[in-house]
Write a protein that binds this ligand. Structure first.
Ligand code: BGC
Length: 746
């Protein structure tokens, strides 16, 4: 048991929180009578890398991973039998700052969870006998080659210090062991590699182009003389003049330490130098190289780093830009699933709730991400307040600031606590997902019920018979990032005016989903109770929003949300879908939705008969549109539609997966693969704007494939479903039939 070890502190000195310290090396020699099969369990405050007899333990990185350490600390158990030998053995563990005390969040705050690194580990044989544990017999040194390390800022490595000296005793620590959880199911590893191409930019700098924006680091090998220096700066893009830039990283509070530079400073030893950082991860496609060392024989490759997830979906169609869009979404997902889903791998690296909520349905089509989401949901639950407020970011990665103080439980963000578990359950079908999360879901809806009753603008709503369910209080991000709206100004306005249309719609949605979850878990009373809350919230929304059955708004988002969430009844649906279609058309087939409703717009249009408009939106090349970014050479999804403007100037993140949520439409709309609660439906929505489209998805019940191609002006469909399974096929003209097991052609 890992708890048999003692917490040990490698830094046997006073820690000044304002200072940075080198990585700590911990060492212990031990003897085994014979070659033994054993597992090593480790965790730490910080990040660890372990070696036994000079060989790396396991092939995972950035462990123990992100988390709310004081509340839940994961440890990993690895089989190390192959590394052990009879006789003398040496274990060496290196600790770095990581999420524990390095720069995190938009402001690059430090010491979020503490300021002293600590290690806990045990080596056990297969019978559970402890062969070795962390204790006072270990020694430590801060005189190893990693002179400075930070997840965001990067690493300073001196290869001339690889012979470690200055070993000293460790201190025994008193850290909590009750928060330890074994977590081997969702580990972070190195994945794809991209060779770097050295280019000379117009301002005379040497820059490596790895051709793919990603999250990871550069691994290099170079022959050099002792003392030679290489400095690498990592950036996502070139600027309007074709020069290296980090300008778009846009740090938050510049008075705080700030997280960005994404910089490696490496001092060479004589001869061959091979290196990759141990405790840093960057978002980048380019690396600027500063060195006097000749690079002719050097090699540089970008290594992508993310949680172990298998690719689940494949999509291809006759439009190469759409194919690139699909690949970009996959890459933004890979770049943002490092232990938990985050907004971006650069500026904030934060487990924003809203982002996770808008993307989950798409994410499950792209990669097998159940474990990452489930781990993240545990973090969200840990961050929930006693009154049920869901944190904006989980686990915490910033100090309390403007956003955390003012924005509590933003509509669309907090609701992810209900949306994500239900989405996972519908696809993966494991009731335990709902059991684990039900208390959090219920507490969130409980908070919403109380908040809705506290109308601060009561007088205005006096006539609304459902006013106790109208959500006009609270401070919300709003639709967020609508292309023609200043989101920050809108957010400030929300403070006084609230966002009743949006917040009440989400209140309805969360209550309805909670009622469904209660039903699945056999909680009949609660199912009815929350169904009634949902009904009242829907009525409140309808009273507030509809005039003669029409939504009174010029914003596309309001229509999309109403249709996607089921807030409209009978003919109202078609009437409002027609208005939405009109707005899209008036806007020259451009969307103006933001974060929250962009994922649904194409599907909603297609479902109400505007397939042509849905495709025009998808295939639109001018900004705002998905393909504008593709036209600008994007290899990931951007945070803002115009993150690289027409004139080439750049701002904001180039690796936010949220707008990639449209890829669900490629699977569920264009190719029509829908899977919920164990039932497969194939309802393709073809349009001659594409000649063919095909999607393949590794669903929990096997591979589902759907493809169509226009032949003589008519679409011909091919569907394949797992052997022995049934699927309902619905053709665009409404004809439908059941298919079973094998390939069917129509
Ligand atoms: C993040 C988002 C997040 C948002 C909240 C941004 O700075 O990058 O992805 O959801 O703030 O509005």
């Amino acid at each position: 048991m890992i708890t048999e070890g003692k917490w040990i502190y490698p830094e046997a000195y006073e820690i000044d929180p304002a200072m940075r310290y080198p990585a700590s090396y911990l060492r212990r020699r031990f003897t085994l009578d014979q070659k033994t099969e054993a597992t090593l369990s480790i965790t730490c405050h910080g990040l660890y890398v372990a070696f036994i007899n000079g060989k790396r333990v396991g092939n995972h990185v950035l462990e123990p991973g992100p988390g709310n350490y004081p509340k839940r600390l994961e440890y990993q158990k690895t089989d190390v039998s192959a590394l052990l030998q009879a006789g003398e053995n040496t274990i060496l563990i290196i600790l770095g700052d990581g999420w524990f005390r390095g720069c995190t969040g938009i402001d690059g705050c430090r010491n979020l969870f503490g300021n002293r690194l600590a290690l806990l580990c045990t080596l056990e044989d297969l019978h559970g006998n402890v062969l070795l544990q962390s204790d006072e017999a270990w020694e430590a040194s801060q005189s190893g080659p990693i002179r400075a390390d930070d997840l965001e800022q990067g690493e300073t490595y001196d290869a001339l210090m690889e012979e470690i000296s200055d070993w000293h005793p460790v201190l025994i620590g008193e850290e909590d062991k009750s928060v330890l959880v074994q977590a081997d199911e969702c580990r972070i590893s190195e994945h794809e590699r991209f060779p770097g191409k050295l280019i000379m930019t117009p301002n005379g700098e040497r820059v490596l182009d790895f051709s793919q924006n990603l999250a990871g680091y550069v691994r290099f090998s170079v022959n050099a003389e002792a003392g030679g220096k290489i400095v690498l700066w990592h950036g996502e893009t070139l600027d309007e003049n074709g020069n290296f830039t980090q300008a778009n990283y846009d740090p938050g509070d510049r008075n705080r330490e700030g997280g960005i530079p994404q910089k490696i400073v490496y001092t060479c030893k004589e001869g061959l130098n091979e290196y990759a950082p141990s405790f840093s991860i960057f978002g980048f496609r380019y690396a600027k190289v500063e060195t006097d060392i000749p690079l002719e024989s050097a090699s540089f490759e970008a290594v992508s780093v993310y949680s172990d997830m298998e690719e689940a979906g494949y999509f291809e169609c006759s439009d190469e830009d759409v194919n690139q869009l699909f690949r970009n979404a996959v890459w933004s997902m890979k770049s943002n699933f490092c232990g938990i889903p985050t907004d971006c791998p650069t500026r904030e690296r934060a487990g924003w709730t809203g982002d996770a909520g808008v993307f989950v349905d798409t994410g499950m089509f792209l990669m097998d991400c159940e474990k990452v989401y489930r781990k993240w949901l545990r973090e969200v639950a840990l961050g929930q307040s006693a009154e049920g407020v869901v944190p904006n970011i989980a686990p915490p990665n910033n100090l309390s600031g403007f956003i955390t103080r003012l924005i509590k439980g933003s509509a669309g963000w907090g609701d992810a606590a209900v949306i994500v578990p239900m989405a996972l359950y519908r696809v993966y079908g494991d009731k335990a997902i709902l059991e684990e999360n039900y208390p959090m879901m219920k507490a969130w809806v409980g908070f919403l019920i109380r908040r809705a009753r506290k109308s601060k603008l009561k007088n205005r709503f006096r006539k609304n018979p459902y006013r106790d369910y109208l959500m006009d209080t609270g401070f919300h991000f709003g639709e967020w990032c609508e292309p023609d709206v200043d989101s920050t100004a809108a957010m400030k306005e929300n403070l006084t005016k609230g966002v009743p249309e949006l917040a009440t719609a989400y209140f309805y949605r969360s209550a309805a989903l909670l009622s469904e979850a209660a039903g699945i878990l056999g909680k009949t009373d609660e199912k009815e109770r929350y169904a009634e809350v949902a009904e009242n919230a829907k009525n409140a929304w309808r009273y507030w929003t509809l005039k003669d059955g029409k939504i009174e708004s010029k914003r596309q988002a309001d229509y999309v949300r109403a249709l996607a969430f089921g807030l409209l009844d009978g003919e109202e649906k078609q009437t409002n879908a027609a208005i939405l279609n009109g707005l899209v058309k008036e806007n020259g087939y451009h969307l103006n939705t933001g974060f929250l409703s962009t994922p649904y717009i194409c599907q909603v249009l297609a479902d109400y008969g505007y397939v042509d408009s849905a495709y025009r939106l998808l295939l639109q090349k001018t900004c705002p549109s998905w393909l504008y970014a593709v036209g600008k050479g994007a290899t990931t999804i951007w945070e803002n539609w115009d993150a690289v403007r027409e004139d080439g100037t750049v701002y904001s993140s180039l690796n936010h997966y949220s707008y990639g949520a449209v890829c669900r439409f490629l699977f569920s709309g264009i190719c029509g693969i829908r899977y919920e609660n164990g039932e497969i439906t194939i309802a393709p929505q073809p349009d001659p704007q594409l000649r063919f489209a095909k999607a393949r998805w590794k669903s929990p019940v096997g591979i589902i494939q759907s493809e169509w191609r226009y032949e003589n002006g008519k679409p011909v469909f091919t569907v394949s479903i797992p052997a022995g399974k049934e699927a309902k096929v619905i053709l665009p003209d409404g004809r439908n039939f059941m298919v079973r097991g094998e390939k069917t052609k129509r």
